[in-house]
Design a protein around this ligand. Structure first.
Ligand code: NAP
Length: 479
């Protein structure tokens, strides 16, 4: 921690905020202040934008192989420093060390994946149908980008955007969440060490997100916004991006249905539920939010899930053997408490958990609720905590209708042993991703993203780099 940068990273230099302001970074397990980082204002953001704009032309001309090798070196450094980065993430975000190590590997993998993609950006050549013209297609970086990331995956949300931007030849201003700035600053230091030229990546940590980002989006020099966060903030940023017609990628909120049919293998379903619900303490956009379980197996599923959830060890993320760390802050925990209280008031049975522990830190116990009333608030709110809400259903059409009855469409989970049903139901779910008999879909080699109000565009996979590239078409007459 002592070597982790705490200043802004602008034009390859570590600098204080121009007015000297700082913001505290809290440990959610204890509520204590870990350290202070620079708190950028609009002037600093302008300097970061200037650095990105200045670096763009030369960076775009850099050989793809050079960009590829920078990412590859950064990947290797991240893997070498897994333990150090995991401790940093646990300190600022609270997730248990084992999960933090898992995130470091996941985050690094985006750099390895996009180091491979950097060398595969292709174009096209052909004769147009009239036979009088040739068409040359090339792909060019979209230009300077603004990247805005949330606190729940402090390292991976950064690499998922920086990886393709570097590979495509774009320069960037990254604004991480104020709760978890340290992982992003450590990442910038690693990229610098890996040889990323000055100005290609700039990092502004700030407590004044709106004041800092809006002028960049409206100013006309930032050509691309890649945002991960809540749907409400995404909608605001889309409106701000409209003025200068900034290209946008939006990874927004979710409200994932987790459907268990009567022919499901319940061992697989409970294993899947543990991952889909408990990864990152439930603080994931992919978290199963609504468990629809066929009436004939609901009691058994609830019993087994409650047993597994109740056996999880809650505590300080830094302690080995702990499964569930604190939630991000008191506001996040209060929201979970309110949603559970509302469901219980409407008749939900608490199978396990449901009671906030005494003492410091933002801990909340793994909780399973059965017989949840569909009118409960947690049905149309991202719980973002370790609470599984179980409802029952009777037939396939009904459950598909209820699963789709939400403005979100990021991911759905389907558990059945019938292949026809698995494919039929998956095809009818209005989501960007489906976990079939699995609770984990995230993978750097797969296109991640949602439909409806869960977002626009995809991150990762073969298409992840497309978000940072534009086509240029050259018409060349045949003479
Ligand atoms: P959030 O409140 O929307 O914040 C996300 C980021 O946007 C933070 O850096 C935040 O900074 C910034 N921000 C907020 N208002 C802004 C503004 N007016 N202008 C510019 N930036 C602004 O979301 P969160 O609570 O951090 O993260 C949880 C949300 O992210 C959940 O909805 C979750 O589903 C979603 N998420 C989605 C994905 C995905 O891939 N689909 C992945 C992870 C998380 P401040 O905190 O300073 O406002």
């Amino acid at each position: 921690m002592t070597d982790t940068p705490t200043q802004l990273f602008i034009g390859g230099a570590w600098v204080d905020a121009s007015d000297g302001a700082t913001l505290p970074v809290d440990d959610p397990a204890t509520g204590e202040v870990l350290c202070h980082v620079a708190d950028a204002g609009p002037k600093d953001a302008g300097l970061a934008e200037e650095a990105a704009v200045r670096a763009q032309e030369e960076w775009a001309r850099t050989a793809p192989r050079v960009r590829s090798e920078i990412l590859r070196r950064a990947y290797e450094i991240i893997i070498e420093r897994t333990d150090e980065l995991a401790h940093l993430m646990t300190a600022e975000m609270g997730k248990p060390l084992a999960e933090a190590r898992g995130e470091v590997a996941y985050a690094a993998e985006f750099f390895r994946w996009f180091s491979e993609e950097a060398a595969r950006i292709d174009g096209g050549f052909g004769t147009l149908p009239d036979g009088r013209n040739r068409m040359l297609l090339s792909r060019r970086p979209v230009g300077p980008c603004l990247l805005i990331t949330p606190w729940n995956f402090p390292l991976a949300m950064g690499t998922r955007k920086i990886g393709p931007a570097v590979a495509a030849g774009c320069t960037m201003v990254l604004k991480p969440a104020p709760q978890t700035p340290l992982s992003s600053l450590a990442l910038a230091a690693i990229l610098q060490e890996a040889g990323l030229p000055d100005g290609v990546l700039n990092v502004v940590t700030t407590s004044r997100a709106g004041e800092v980002c809006e002028p960049l989006l409206r100013g006309g020099r930032i050509r691309k916004l890649s945002f991960t966060g809540s749907t409400a903030v995404g909608q605001l940023l889309l409106a701000q991006s409209a003025q200068a017609v900034v290209r946008t990628s939006m990874e927004l909120g979710g409200n994932a249905p987790f459907v268990v049919f009567e022919d499901a293998d319940l061992d697989k379903a409970v294993d899947g539920a543990m991952v889909a619900k408990m990864r990152n303490m439930g603080e994931a956009c992919t978290a199963a939010n609504r468990f629809f379980v066929h009436r004939s197996v609901a009691e058994e599923f609830g019993r087994r899930l409650a047993e597994r959830m109740g056996a999880l060890v809650v505590g300080l993320g830094t302690r080995e053997g702990v499964d569930v760390g604190p939630l991000i802050d008191r506001r996040g925990r209060a929201k979970v408490e309110e949603l559970v209280a509302d469901a219980v008031k409407r008749g939900a049975r608490v199978l396990v958990g449901g009671r906030t522990p005494e003492g410091p830190g933002c801990f909340y116990p793994p909780t399973v609720l059965a017989d949840v009333d569909p009118a409960s608030r947690l049905m149309d709110t991202e719980i973002f905590g370790p609470v599984a809400a179980i409802l029952t259903f009777d037939d396939e059409d009904e459950v598909i209708r209820r699963a789709n009855d939400t403005p979100w469409g990021l991911v759905g989970y389907v558990f059945t042993e019938g292949l026809d049903r698995a494919l039929r139901v998956s095809e009818r779910l209005e989501v960007g991703m489906v976990g079939l008999n699995t609770g984990l879909v995230s993978n750097p080699a797969a296109p991640f993203g949602g439909v409806k109000q869960s977002g626009l565009g995809r991150e990762g996979g073969r298409v992840g780099i497309d978000e940072f590239l534009e086509y240029q078409y050259l018409a060349v007459p045949v003479r």
